[in-house]
Design a protein around this ligand. Structure first.
Ligand code: DQQ
Length: 464
């Protein structure tokens, strides 16, 4: 198996995957769909791949749920959502016609239905929404439906651009088939908004969108089909194209709000010298919640603990330099740090470190500049893999006594969670065989790490 393929992050059985689509849980079974090219490890001929799970950790691949209906002029099944409606599940997606966005077909919103959760058919009523629904409004890049239920009926939002700025449009329906356009739910300052979706928290909502960079969120309320009472604009994950994009979400049968995102592969560069027959992965599913101040909290699903293997733990370490003696490329690491000792100091956790010192990926915690960074400068000796830093702001202390850092490393994926609030995801592609060391150091003086734990992570059971 190739060394970069993650062991406990979801990947397609082979070839290309991008955005997660239409997750839901029914009768205990989780369903995940995703943008998939079944015949090449590159984007194209987009189908909906399908997998099921009982715990969001171990997965069974099924045959693709949706393929383009070439005979109807459909060339891709773009991103969308799923709606559980009694015993039936409806998938909504953007159908792209021949010569993408050509004037006769372009983007339309289609549906597919299923009752056995294994087979899906596209009813004759398709397309369900066409762009002439907008009256005279020139909406471009119109795609990625997300549907949810309100007390008085169904709502759909779609992403796109209006007058060169990204936005989400909103629609109403009583029965999921006839939709009326209600205007712009919200418009941002960025370009195109892809994959808008939202979670409700009583009378508040969090709207997520992917503006061709980092996934962003806005917490507020919806009244009169507009986003109002905005409390917070935030970044879901600082990885963006380097690590986390095109999120979507669903509420599971336990009532948990689960967020999923795509971990892209583009960082390995054009001429990456591996015979990879796969590309792209899913970030660890995250449970999200909304704090009273409108800020999102995110925690990887606790089910992941079932993969924890051998544990090494250290207490009250005064870090000048600590060579942990640990070696792993697939692990979880928890660090609890006394923030007072961080003054004038940077704590660095080096992972994927080679014995010769030439390769290492450094996670710097720098209280003075209030930053957490995944520094990829020395991650790989390959010249063309991406090495730009992935950087985020440290969350405000919130009265927390210790800074909590959780790091999930998995062959070529790194996910970092700081105080369950600031998230960074990045890809790295070390070249040396022994780039697997884990070390801690501080820039000057001593940083007190109250608790450090490292668990070797077992491979998830992901099978065809
Ligand atoms: N990916 C899909 C689109 C979406 C984009 C195409 C976001 O539906 O806008 O594969 O990554």
């Amino acid at each position: 198996m190739d060394r970069y393929r993650p062991r406990y992050h979801f990947t397609a059985p082979h070839n290309w995957m991008n955005d997660p689509n239409g997750p839901f849980q029914l009768n205990g079974e989780y369903h995940l769909f995703y943008q998939h090219n079944p015949s090449k490890p590159e984007w194209g001929d987009i189908h909906w791949g399908h997998a099921v799970s009982l715990d969001l950790v171990n997965w069974t691949h099924l045959s693709p749920a949706l393929a383009p209906s070439y005979e109807l002029g459909e060339s891709h099944c773009f991103s969308g959502c799923a709606v559980v409606n009694g015993d039936e599940v409806a998938l909504f997606y953007t159908s792209i016609g021949e010569g993408d966005r050509n004037p006769t077909h372009g983007a339309e919103q289609w549906m597919a239905k299923g009752t056995d959760m294994r087979t899906w058919h596209k009813p004759d009523i398709n397309p369900v929404l066409t762009s002439d629904l907008h009256g005279g409004l020139q909406i471009k890049d119109w795609r990625d439906p997300y549907v949810w239920k309100e007390q008085d009926g169904w709502r759909m939002i779609l992403g796109g651009t209006f007058e060169e700025k990204g936005c989400a449009m909103i629609y109403h329906s009583d029965e999921l088939e006839n939709w009326s356009f209600k205007g712009l739910l919200h418009q941002g300052d960025e370009g195109i908004w892809e994959c808008p979706h939202l979670f409700r928290f009583d009378d508040r909502v969090v709207l997520f969108y992917s503006p061709s960079s980092q996934v962003r969120y806005i917490s507020g309320k919806i009244s009169g089909d507009r986003l109002t009472d905005i409390q917070k604009h935030g970044t879901v994950d600082h990885g963006g194209w380097d690590g986390f994009y095109a999120s979507t979400g669903f509420v599971d049968e336990q009532g948990r709000r689960v967020l999923l995102g795509w971990v892209p592969e583009g960082n390995r560069g054009e001429d990456f010298p591996a015979e990879l027959n796969w590309a792209g992965a899913l970030a660890l599913p995250r449970i999200v919640d909304l704090k009273p101040n409108g800020v999102l909290s995110m925690v990887p699903v606790p089910e992941l603990a079932e993969l924890r293997g051998e544990n090494s733990s250290f207490n009250d370490i005064r870090v000048g330099q600590l060579s942990t003696g640990l070696h792993s490329t697939s692990f979880e690491c928890l660090l609890e740090i006394d923030p007072r000792t961080l003054e004038n100091n940077t704590l660095t956790l080096s992972i994927f470190a080679s014995a010769c010192g030439q390769e290492h990926t450094d996670i710097h915690l720098d209280a003075a500049s209030n930053a957490i960074t995944i520094d990829r400068t020395h991650s790989s000796l390959y010249p063309n893999v991406h090495k730009s830093p992935v950087k985020g702001e440290l969350p405000s202390a919130d009265g927390a006594e210790l800074i909590k850092l959780r790091i999930f490393a998995d062959q070529s994926i790194i996910e970092v969670f700081v105080n369950d609030e600031t998230c960074l995801t990045a890809r790295v592609y070390p070249s040396l065989e022994d780039s697997n060391g884990i070390e801690l150091r501080s820039s000057s003086g001593e940083v007190i790490v109250s608790n450090m734990q490292v668990w070797e992570m077992k491979a998830a059971d992901i099978r065809a």
